[in-house]
Design a binder for this molecule. Structure first.
Ligand code: R5P
Length: 290
């Protein structure tokens, strides 16, 4: 099937890799931001066949989201088969009403993808499965755990302990540990819904002492969760601390703060371009598309 891949401004490197793997035609997009903040988007060239639009919606989230929707809407003029690859899906953390009267923004965002007539959405490690329920079009959520674990296997750490910073991530750490043939645990995290501050409330971990640990999470935003987990693990006399995550947003100097908390290495995937994004997610994305 003839395929065109359109790279949104937030994901051009990844989009090119996807196009190469698919042996598809690649088209770049460009934006011009006007003084009032509106942007004009241009797609260079004519797409044809099945069209794949690739655009993560990391910060600036709203702007990258509008661009993704605009690209899909334009692509729909050329084809009835549009796959929207949104590797990091912003707003997935607002999937339910945590405090009374909050707007479930994820629900509205999901409606927008239907409105622009995307045929299918592909997401990598969506923050919550509940977020997926808001879509009224087919959606596939793929996991980058195997790719991250492959990277860590090469480091040949001796008997590492895989740790999820919260109970919500326990199945991710279980899967990661299985791929490394080692054991795992999850800490108990509490987040103040008003301030966003995080506390680790776990009791002592007997099996962390002297061992290298790999903290595995879906995303790092401010780094608060990882920093608290690292501080807790250090108090348990663990060895070196590594971090593996799919999406490294690393807001407000988070990388530096995480390193200062005692983390030796942060490894993430290229769903969000950054210094830590050394694991390629294009292969798993192509599998989901094909
Ligand atoms: C929370 O449930 C997520 O898995 C991440 O741990 C969290 O969103 C990361 O945010 P931050 O880096 O700001 O603590």
């Amino acid at each position: 099937m003839f395929t065109t891949v359109i790279g949104g401004i937030a994901s051009q490197g990844l989009a090119k890799k996807i196009a190469k793997r698919l042996k598809a035609k690649y088209l770049n997009s460009e934006i011009k931001v006007f003084p009032d903040g509106e942007c004009k988007i241009t797609i260079y060239g004519k797409p044809r066949g099945r069209i794949i639009v690739v655009q993560s919606t990391y910060p600036p989230v709203d702007s990258n989201l509008i661009q993704a929707l605009a690209l899909i809407s334009k692509a729909r003029e050329y084809s009835s088969k549009i796959i929207a690859v949104i590797p990091y899906f912003g707003y997935a953390r607002q999937d339910r009403e945590f405090l009374p009267s909050e707007i479930v923004t994820m629900k509205m965002v999901a409606k927008l993808f239907k409105a622009v007539e995307a045929s299918k959405i592909v997401i990598v490690d969506v923050h919550s499965k509940i977020a997926l329920k808001h879509f009224k079009i087919p959606v596939e959520n793929i996991s980058a755990v195997s790719e991250l674990a492959r990277y860590f296997r090469k480091l040949q750490l001796k008997n590492p302990l895989v740790v999820s910073p919260d109970f919500g991530g326990i199945s991710r750490s279980r899967e990661f540990a299985k791929l490394l043939n080692t054991d795992y645990t999850a800490l108990v995290k509490w987040r103040d819904r008003k301030t966003g501050n995080v506390e680790i409330k776990s009791s002592n971990l007997r099996n962390a002492s002297g061992r290298d640990v790999i903290i595995v999470d879906d995303m790092i935003s401010t780094g608060g969760s990882i920093i608290k987990a690292a501080e807790f693990l250090k108090r348990q006399n663990c060895g070196r601390i590594f971090v593996a995550c799919t999406h490294a947003l690393l807001i407000n100097n988070a990388e530096k703060k995480i390193r200062q908390s005692g983390v030796s290495k942060i490894i993430s995937t290229n769903t969000i371009p950054s210094k830590t994004a050394v694991v390629d997610s294009s292969e798993i994305i192509v599998k989901a598309i094909s």
